[in-house]
Write a protein that binds this ligand. Structure first.
Ligand code: ATP
Length: 579
């Protein structure tokens, strides 16, 4: 197939905004194309060579493309650069330059263009730039002006025809599957494989029948199932038929893990391959995913290396860097909370109800501290749902994802099978608070011999006692940590001090004496901490989420600490409905 046909169609597509016209133009192209090149034709029209998840971009820098254009046209580098500044589009520049020269006949085929661009994309190491320039210049040297325009735009990653994936699926349905009504089934195949070229090739070869047989493939990411949201537990239960699986909503990064024997690939929420960012998770999947082939989904969360507490999403940022991943792995360990499975040992599970998928998961996930099932509870009342919600927030989670027990895995869809219930009750903290140390927990690992975390309380001036608000394990320097036992030793008690009101039993009781300044992310309701118990809600207290030590308040006595009353006011003043 001549590339000229594509160039002509692209020019017409650029000149219209009508989706119908674009679909017709694409359908004409598909009709004329020999079946073996349908996949390539599809990728090229998307401005790519491979599906996104392969992570292979042509990505010729514009400066390099300018050199290819000079080589192919004989124009000076300055002239090309000048015109580029004027028009902003190197494609139009090369088109205009070639129009001035001898008339060229179209000779290039779609395969030749694809192979040339692929050579440029795959060039690496020393001499890669020269190889890229040679590959592009080689194509331009034989192209017509219109073809050259699109070759340059492809090479620099700027094809941007404005053709959406769904429009391509419409055109494929029309040509190979008997009409537009088949679009839904093509879309399903696309959602399961995230590979439009693959879907195009399958439908071109085998029509709808073959499309219906498409299943998930280990190695091709599935477009993720998404959640709706509601702020009211009553409505959530009603939507889910009166009962649901209420699962902790972890605040990290969603990972889709594909395991084939010992090979593990990890994909992001956006279906990019990010295995290199999580070598530790890949290793855990190799060891603790008890299936030969499997696809599972989970949320990876940063955890405090000493206390094992969950850390906020931002702590995963060092994983995004290209270099220094090894250090990030050491410094910021993670836990993966597995919440779904899509495929296990030859069986596509997307049509199975969630309850069943969870059963399969429980069988194949060998849970441990770093690789484990997401915590969940089956609930059938608003009270139970609220209770689990508070426990989730207490555990450092954002809230819950409430799931229909019978829901199938709807790839790529946002539906009512999953409903997220985020921190509706929350109050962002802007001020630091002063809290009293009332207990301590022994440290592990690097904190062995010192304390891993402290139990912190606010002063209740009405009852004249101290009520707990959080465990504090973050923000201490190593030196400070080393000194802590010495600083607190004289306040150690073998029994709970009379004025400490708590539902948590620390390893070491401490007489309320020392005041620390603490800053947290927000104040939330809590099922375990006693500050403000029964005040905002019956059977709940208040807690500080993500507390961090800032300094010692030697100038304050315990009764000068922030009071429970103040905290309730802070909570009420700043509580807002989560968006
Ligand atoms: P989107 O819903 O489009 O992903 P978003 O980024 O705002 O939008 P969230 O509000 O964070 O998403 O809610 C959905 C996300 O919650 C999931 O994509 C997943 O990353 C995360 N998540 C955490 N725990 C769970 C769980 N137990 N089940 C499902 N998803 C979970």
């Amino acid at each position: 197939m001549k590339y000229q046909l594509l160039a002509d169609a692209y020019a017409k597509i650029e000149a219209t905004t009508s989706r119908l016209t674009i679909t017709r133009l694409l359908a004409d192209l598909f009709r004329q194309a020999p079946k073996p090149i349908i996949a390539r034709l599809t990728y090229l029209t998307q401005g790519k060579l491979y599906p996104d998840f392969e992570g292979i971009e042509i990505g010729v820098a514009e400066k390099m493309a300018v050199r290819a254009v000079t080589q192919a046209t004989g124009a000076s580098q300055e002239a090309v650069a000048r015109q580029l500044t004027r028009t902003g589009d190197l494609g139009s520049v090369v088109e205009a330059l070639l129009k001035k020269g001898k008339t060229r006949r179209s000779v290039l085929t779609v395969d030749e263009i694809y192979d040339g661009l692929d050579r440029a994309a795959r060039a690496s190491g020393e001499g890669a730039q020269a190889l890229r320039i040679a590959a592009i210049a080689g194509l331009l040297g034989r192209a017509t002006p219109a073809e050259a325009k699109y070759i340059v735009r492809m090479a620099t990653g700027k094809l941007r025809l404005g053709v959406g994936d769904m429009t391509i699926l419409d055109a494929l349905a029309e040509v190979f599957a008997g009409g537009k009504q088949a679009r839904k089934e093509l879309e399903r195949a696309y959602n399961l494989t995230s590979d439009l070229g693959y879907v195009a090739a399958v439908v071109a070869e085998g029509g709808l029948e073959k499309i219906r047989k498409i299943h998930v493939v280990v190695g091709k990411p599935i477009r993720p199932m998404l959640a709706e949201r509601l702020g009211n537990p009553g409505e959530i239960l009603a939507k889910l038929g009166g009962r649901c699986i209420a699962e902790y909503k972890y605040d990290g990064e969603r990972l889709q893990i594909h395991k084939k024997g010992n090979d593990v690939e990890i994909f992001s929420r956006r279906l990019e391959k990010i295995t290199a960012q999580y070598p530790d998770v890949a290793d855990l999947a190799r060891r603790y995913l008890k299936a030969t082939d499997a696809i599972v989904e989970g949320e990876v969360v940063a955890v405090d290396s000493e206390t094992g507490d969950l850390r906020p999403f931002q702590d995963l940022m060092p994983r995004r860097r290209k270099y220094g991943i090894e250090e990030a792995v050491q410094l910021i360990p993670t836990t993966l909370f597995v919440f779904d499975t899509i495929y296990v040992d030859g069986k596509d599970l997307t049509e199975e109800p969630y309850q069943k998928r969870r059963e399969v998961l429980t069988r194949v996930v060998k849970s441990n501290a770093r690789f484990r099932m997401a915590t969940f509870a089956e609930v059938a009342s608003v009270d139970e749902l609220e209770r689990v919600f508070e426990q989730a927030v207490q555990a450092g989670c954002e809230g819950l994802v409430c799931k229909a027990t019978g829901g199938v895995y709807q790839a790529g869809a946002r539906g009512w099978q999953w409903i997220k219930f985020k921190r509706e009750y929350r109050s962002e903290m802007t001020d630091a608070v002063d809290l009293v140390v009332v207990g301590a927990f022994h440290g592990r690992g690097r904190r062995g011999g010192s304390y891993g975390a402290l139990l912190m309380a606010a002063y209740d001036d009405k009852d004249d006692n101290f009520k707990t608000l959080c465990k504090l394990g973050t923000g201490f320097s190593d030196e400070f940590l080393g000194d802590l036992p010495k600083m607190l030793r004289r306040y150690e008690r073998s029994e709970r001090p009379m004025r400490v009101n708590t539902r948590i039993v620390p390893d070491v009781w401490l007489e309320p004496a020392v005041v620390f300044e603490v800053i947290g992310a927000e104040i939330t309701l809590s099922p375990v901490h006693t500050a403000g118990w029964d005040v905002v809600r019956k059977g709940s207290g208040l807690a500080i989420r993500f507390p961090r030590f800032t300094r010692v308040r030697e100038d304050k006595s315990p009764t000068d600490a922030t009071t429970v009353k103040e905290l309730v006011e802070m909570y009420r003043r700043r509580t807002k409905k989560a968006g």
